[in-house]
Design a binder for this molecule. Structure first.
Ligand code: SF4
Length: 430
């Protein structure tokens, strides 16, 4: 059984933990969603953007069923279907795409930012969407900006869709002319979470910009004075693009749970010279509320054994949260990719000897999981049913991405996502 060590900002000196971990690296068959999935949360965030997937009927079905059909509202995503004639090279796909974009923009004057989103089929026929975006910009800019990125599922995992989308936007961010350091939070957060974070920073006397913004006309400026905190752990390309614009990363754990949120806020507070008493005043009340709310969840989860399949790239921060704040035991923590630099603060907080795996060979991993018989498995939808059929309780990883889970006010909700399936299992067994 694990021990919960409540950490406060001023005492959060990390131990070595898993800093030097050698992960179990697997490169076999994988069971993950593709990057188109990111459209589901991105289209809700940037409210004047439209995501036009250039793909197949399968792609259309995926986002339509995952996002829910918006019958009575004007949707902010759609699919330009590549059909057999395009695949056979019988039609000029560029011409067809220009026609679809022209129709869309004529019908939807509210669109100010259009993403052409690549898919497996567009990659297979080597459709050059950057050329298409350039051509469209010549016609529609400045009224509409057209960008492109790939959401293809070939060799990627589903949260990379957001990474590719944000990375595509970075070169278009206005250049900062200020020299005074400015704070930017990077990664899509639900509006309610963003408002809470903004309020916490303001209580510390800090102004903050969020990227992506809620409106494409309010893009944050970027430059060598930008100091950025990552709100999501899957933004390697975006981070690289920001750094190429001179921005500097503030290393921190991710804002999941009380400990993660405190350390994340503390990284900005330290960088901007916020006095310890000001930090304490700003964070004490929500921290105490979250601690109290977590205590109930901990009773249910303490000592339960959890296994993470690699899916969202949130696995390592989640594992740190459930182990340190809820007392769960980590059986295996799988991650699609291990970004050592972005994960350094998280790895340091995991118990030494934690089994961390990178990549996937799904059959081998399933064998390990079944042999280990954990109490709870976090995995993709495709694995959940077979595991449930074996009597293993599961939680869909994708729910952890769709649900607002960051920050103090959401800490107990996040814990609830782990306790609910166990409660359901108990009820079914009763
Ligand atoms: S992008 Fe690829 S993996 Fe995703 S729905 Fe389309 S065909 Fe399927």
């Amino acid at each position: 059984m694990s021990t919960v060590i409540p950490i406060r900002a001023e005492t959060s000196a990390p131990t070595a933990g898993c800093t030097d971990v050698v992960p179990l690296v697997e490169r076999g068959q994988r069971e993950v969603f593709c990057g188109l999935t990111g459209i589901i949360w991105m289209h809700r965030k940037i409210q004047d953007a439209f995501f036009l997937v250039v793909g197949s009927r399968t792609c259309a079905h995926l986002i339509q069923s995952a996002a829910g059909v918006m019958i009575f509202a004007e949707p902010r995503f759609g699919t330009a279907i590549i059909d057999e004639r395009d695949l056979a090279g019988l039609a000029d796909v560029h011409e067809e795409l220009d026609r679809v974009v022209g129709q869309l923009l004529a019908r939807r004057p509210d669109i100010r930012l259009l993403f052409l989103v690549g898919s497996c089929p567009s990659e297979v026929i080597k459709l050059d969407l950057s050329r298409a975006a350039e051509r469209q910009n010549q016609i529609h800019h400045p009224k509409v900006r057209v960008l492109n990125y790939s959401g293809s599922g070939i060799e990627t995992t589903f949260t990379q869709g957001e990474d590719a989308c944000l990375a595509a936007m970075v070169p278009t961010l206005p250049a900062s002319t200020d020299t005074a350091p400015a704070l930017m939070v990077v990664g899509t957060l639900a509006d309610v979470v963003e408002d809470q974070m903004r309020s916490l920073f303001e209580r510390m006397g800090l102004q903050v910009n969020f990227f992506p913004p809620r409106n494409s006309q309010a893009m944050p400026v970027v430059g060598p004075n930008t100091r950025y905190l990552l709100a999501q752990p899957f933004l390697a390309d975006t981070a690289r693009a920001l750094q190429s614009r001179g921005a500097q990363h503030l290393a921190a754990p991710f804002p999941l749970g009380v400990e993660g949120t405190t350390a994340w806020l503390q990284a900005a507070a330290t960088e901007f010279g916020v006095a310890p008493d000001v930090f304490e005043q700003a964070t004490a009340a929500p921290r105490q509320r979250a601690d109290k709310a977590l205590a109930t969840q901990r009773q249910m989860l303490q000592g339960q054994r959890i296994f993470f399949f690699p899916d969202s790239q949130l696995e390592i921060p989640l594992a740190r949260f459930v182990q340190r704040e809820l007392g769960m035991d980590l059986v295996e923590v799988g991650t699609p990719y291990l970004h050592r630099q972005h994960m350094a603060a998280e790895l340091a907080l995991l118990p030494t000897g934690t089994r961390i795996s990178e990549g996937q060979d799904v059959d081998l991993q399933l064998d390990r999981c079944i042999a280990d018989a954990p109490d709870l498995v976090v995995c993709g939808l495709g694995l959940a049913n077979p595991l449930e059929a074996q009597g293993i309780t599961t939680k869909w990883a994708i729910e952890l991405v769709f649900t607002p889970i960051q920050g103090y006010e959401q800490a107990a909700d996040l814990a609830g996502l782990f306790s609910r399936p166990l409660k359901r299992r108990l009820k079914l067994a009763a």
